[in-house]
Design a protein around this ligand. Structure first.
Ligand code: ATP
Ligand code: MG
Length: 545
């Protein structure tokens, strides 16, 4: 098999071959202002994946240069999620630890005549920036002397100026065809407390200035980011060059961000769902956050597999959510134990059964080593209401009045009588087992087409099963605003019954509920009721185009 490479790997191969870099160093730079989501998983897989493929390293760097909205809780959750996904960072770093380095870079630029303090307001800077067809206008403060700039910048740092009254701008080219190069703001005054540095600073560097410096300072060779930064690359290159970092200078490479149908990945919106109580928290199993997906029972390996299969590209596109489900299903089909559960229990009394029987049942036919468990069988069982039809449609192979069906792993039964309750609904069924029809030693000579799952009614657990769907409904009638697309049926709770072994389950363990779907044991379980989240259904709805 020839190994296919993506365009980032092609670039790296070239850099290694030309001797530009000797080893590959990447970084994952989340802003700690929310939980990681499935889009971040893609970035993680690329950055950590490349580092491991090339025997290089990948840092985890919290990009916390913006003092607002950042929180310790987010830092901890991000670390947890990365570890869960199976990645190990080389260094754990905080961009705010480099504020001195970044400040020194600013001083260097001022001394080189490449940066100046500007008194224009944000509004005025915007209005003098020009357009794609018109050059911008130079600031009246552009030609301040180096001495004056040094003095004013120090004043900014020492808290002499109010927020917004002064900024430091890079002196590049107000006529550049690239708007990002028209004397961008690189430092602003902001009297705000920072979660790491407290009140030490009242000036903060802008992202476009801080990020290349952080990369260069750490010795990052390939700074991989999403496509919206493509236009910022000339500025990135300008900053690392003018700040005179040693070779090899880091190289920014952009790829298309991951979008998934009916899945929202903006931290802002996800935070709103949490804050407004629309979901149970950042780890609600419906959330596209990594902690939500973990709680929904999505295996880390399936998520890595998904990221691998969708590949890395330069063109924006949207991946169908069914494709992720398909990767999850492939994984769970191999790894999840099979158990029996019924989500809408219908009682069945087996009139010719007296003694309890213990059946040996296979846990997972796809496991490397086959293991078994014991399931009890007795007089009273539950089947699923949907497996019985009073008036069966044609070709109905499950249970019907005077009909036969096989109980999975047990006997063929015959429906002798339907018992109704006072309101005229089916209350329970009286059935009998066919002698000598036990699975594995069936000598009854009977052929039945239908096989259904069941649960021993005298030896089972109560289940609270969350039937989960996406948080967003499909786009209809042009309603594209996320807030109007919240799927109020995204979590439907049903009360079922399951095999006794589910009582001993543990948080995060996934099962195939036979004939129903894949489910994961949730931490909300109590002694009396075991809570399960639906991971995915059994049927694959994904069609390769
Ligand atoms: P959001 O817009 O959801 O807040 P962000 O880009 O602001 O996301 P950061 O914490 O800044 O989030 O992102 C950390 C890294 O993850 C960045 O390198 C960013 O490019 C990458 N990333 C974020 N979203 C996606 C996505 N949907 N697909 C691929 N990479 C992503
Ligand atoms: Mg961001």
């Amino acid at each position: 098999m020839t190994e296919s490479k993506n365009f980032i790997e092609d670039i790296i191969d070239g850099d290694l071959a030309s001797g530009k870099v000797k080893e590959v160093y990447t970084r994952f730079p989340p802003e700690p202002n929310g939980y990681l989501h499935v889009g971040h998983a893609k970035s993680l897989c690329i950055n950590f994946g490349i580092a491991s493929k090339y025997n290089g390293k990948c840092n985890l760097r919290f990009d916390d240069t913006n003092p607002a909205k950042e929180d310790e809780e987010y830092v901890e959750s991000i670390k947890r999620d990365i570890e869960w996904l199976g990645f190990k960072w080389d260094k754990l770093l905080f961009a705010s630890d480099y504020f001195d380095v970044i400040y020194d870079c600013a001083i260097k630029l001022i001394k080189k005549g490449k940066a100046y303090v500007c008194d224009l307001s944000a509004e005025e800077i915007k209005n003098t920036r020009g357009t794609l067809t018109q050059p911008g206008a130079e600031s009246p403060y552009r030609n301040r002397s180096v001495e004056e700039n040094l003095r004013l910048f120090e004043g900014m740092k020492n808290g002499e100026f109010a927020d917004g009254s002064k900024v430091l701008r890079a002196k590049i080219d107000m006529a550049s065809p690239n708007l990002n190069m028209r004397d961008p703001v690189i430092y602003r005054v902001l009297h705000a407390t920072h979660h790491n540095t407290g009140d030490k600073w009242c000036i903060y560097p802008m992202y476009d200035f801080a990020h290349p410096i952080e990369d260069a300072h750490e010795g990052i060779t390939h700074s991989i980011c999403t496509l919206e930064f493509e236009d910022h690359r000339p500025l990135y290159d300008w900053v690392v060059r003018e700040c005179e970092f040693p070779d090899p200078l880091p190289q920014q490479i952009e790829f298309a961000r991951l979008n998934i149908t009916n899945t929202i990945m903006s931290k802002r919106y996800l935070k709103r769902l949490v804050d407004e109580g629309k979901v149970m928290g950042w780890d609600d199993p419906r959330m596209p956050t990594l902690s939500g997906m973990r709680r929904r029972g999505i295996p880390a390996a399936a998520l890595r597999d998904f990221c691998e299969r969708i590949g890395v590209s330069k063109a924006n596109s949207e991946v169908e959510s069914a494709y992720l489900d398909s990767c999850v299903r492939d994984n769970l089909n191999m790894t999840a134990d099979r158990v029996m559960a019924v989500l809408e229990p219908l009682k069945v009394v087996l009139t010719n059964v007296e003694d309890k029987e213990v059946l040996e049942v296979e846990n997972n036919p796809n496991a490397e080593t086959i293991t078994h468990r014991q399931v009890t069988f007795g007089k009273n069982i539950y089947i699923d209401r949907s497996d019985f039809a009073l008036v069966p449609p044609p070709k109905y192979f499950r249970l019907k009045p005077d009909g036969y069906v096989r109980l999975k792993g047990a006997y063929i039964i015959h429906c002798d009588e339907v018992v109704y309750n006072d309101s005229g609904d089916v209350d329970y069924l009286k059935c009998s087992i066919v002698p000598d029809s036990k699975s594995g030693s069936d000598t009854s000579g009977m052929k039945v087409k239908g096989v259904i799952q069941w649960v021993d009614a005298d030896n089972c657990v109560d289940l609270e099963v969350r039937q989960l769907e996406g948080l967003l409904t499909d786009v209809v009638d042009g309603v594209t605003d996320f807030t109007e697309r919240f799927n109020n049926n995204s979590m439907v709770i049903v009360k079922g019954k399951g095999e006794k072994c589910l009582a001993d389950s543990t948080e995060g363990k996934t099962y195939q509920f036979m004939r129903i779907g894949y489910y994961v044991y949730d931490k909300d379980s109590t002694d009396d009721v075991k809570v399960f989240n639906r991971v995915v259904g059994l049927k694959d709805g994904f069609k390769a185009k």
